[in-house]
Design a protein around this ligand. Structure first.
Ligand code: FAD
Length: 278
């Protein structure tokens, strides 16, 4: 068997640093040359507990970050780890966001989607791009990475939306996106913005895609489906009705493709394949 075809390097590595981002989210920093690209993920393994997919939040070839929100047994176990503890990783895996030299990008992030979007922004700045970064959360205490995003410099403009209005625009990220695209996007605006990338809850990403359609701007999104193997063997993350696998053909996929799927923004499947409507 040719193991290399699975495109998945395995290592057990020690945590170098842990940053508490907010009450439910921690960033784990590893001094390890993963070689991940913005949008890619890795499978993270805690022996005896589980192995779960996590996005690469930053990678400079020497160290990489993973930002984990506490939602259940695996993420709680991760939050209990200390500097020096070891975890298993396989990756980097999946597709990535395509950033072009000099692009004007809009990034729309909800929840822990801010972490991979930060990696995109970081890379985009190095490639001479302009970035409008729209960051959303339920309230100001749950906003992820605002200081890190501000630290990216003058080529990145941060827009904030909170559901309760405790910081920035009161309401949804999609309302801010509409304003930004009306000013700069596609056929109706000054036409400077050429791509929108988004990561967050699927219902939010579908709404982002719909706003992009209005301004005829192309959108790409990071799909989150239940994954087990992460390398295209088990079929758990197959999309209805195409059968395409989010772990291999995604997680970054175009809205032009996703909009045609019956499940887009409507339902997801759990580990047993049972449908749950959003
Ligand atoms: C490509 C990809 C990238 C991800 N990146 C991140 C990230 O950067 N940070 C982060 O906090 N979370 C990320 N997730 C979600 C993360 O994998 C789940 O939150 C985690 O597996 C939850 O496990 P648990 O045992 O803590 O909770 P559980 O109680 O087992 O699950 C809580 C919820 O997490 C989701 N989930 C559980 N297992 C999986 C699985 N194997 N695959 C996909 N979703 C699952 C389900 O929606 C479930 O309802 C990502 C998921 C995918 C598919």
């Amino acid at each position: 068997m040719n193991i290399a075809k699975f495109d998945s390097r395995f290592a057990t590595i020690a945590i170098s640093k842990i940053v508490e981002e907010n009450a439910i989210t921690k960033t784990f920093i590893f001094e390890y040359p993963l070689g991940g690209l913005p949008g890619q993920f890795l499978m993270m393994w805690l022996p005896g507990i589980d192995e779960k997919p996590m996005s690469v939040a930053y990678d400079d070839g020497k160290e990489f970050w993973v930002t984990i929100c506490k939602v259940g047994p695996f993420s709680e176990a991760m939050h209990g780890l200390k500097v020096g503890d070891r975890v298993g990783i396989r990756g980097p895996l999946g597709t990535h966001y395509e950033i072009g030299e000099g692009d004007h990008l809009v990034l729309v992030a909800g929840g822990y989607g801010a972490a991979p979007m930060y990696f995109v922004a970081n890379q985009a700045v190095l490639m001479g791009c302009q970035v409008d970064f729209i960051l959303g959360a339920r309230n100001k205490d749950l906003l992820l990475y605002p200081e890190k995003i501000l630290g990216l410099g003058e080529n990145v403009k941060l827009h904030i939306a909170t559901n309760d209005g405790s910081l920035g625009h009161k309401g949804f990220v999609t309302e801010v996106l509409d304003e930004v695209l009306a000013e700069n996007g596609g056929a109706k605006g000054k036409g400077k913005i050429n791509k929108v990338f988004t990561c967050g809850p699927e219902v939010m990403m579908k709404a982002v895609g719909d706003v992009c359609d209005k301004y005829k701007v192309k959108a790409w999104m990071s799909m989150e489906k239940y994954m087990k193997c992460g390398v295209g063997v088990c079929g758990q993350c197959a999309l209805d009705d195409t059968g395409d696998l989010v772990c291999k053909d995604g997680p970054v996929m175009s809205f032009d493709y996703l909009r045609k799927l019956p499940e887009m923004g409507k339902y997801h499947r759990d580990g047993q394949g049972k449908k749950h409507y959003f």
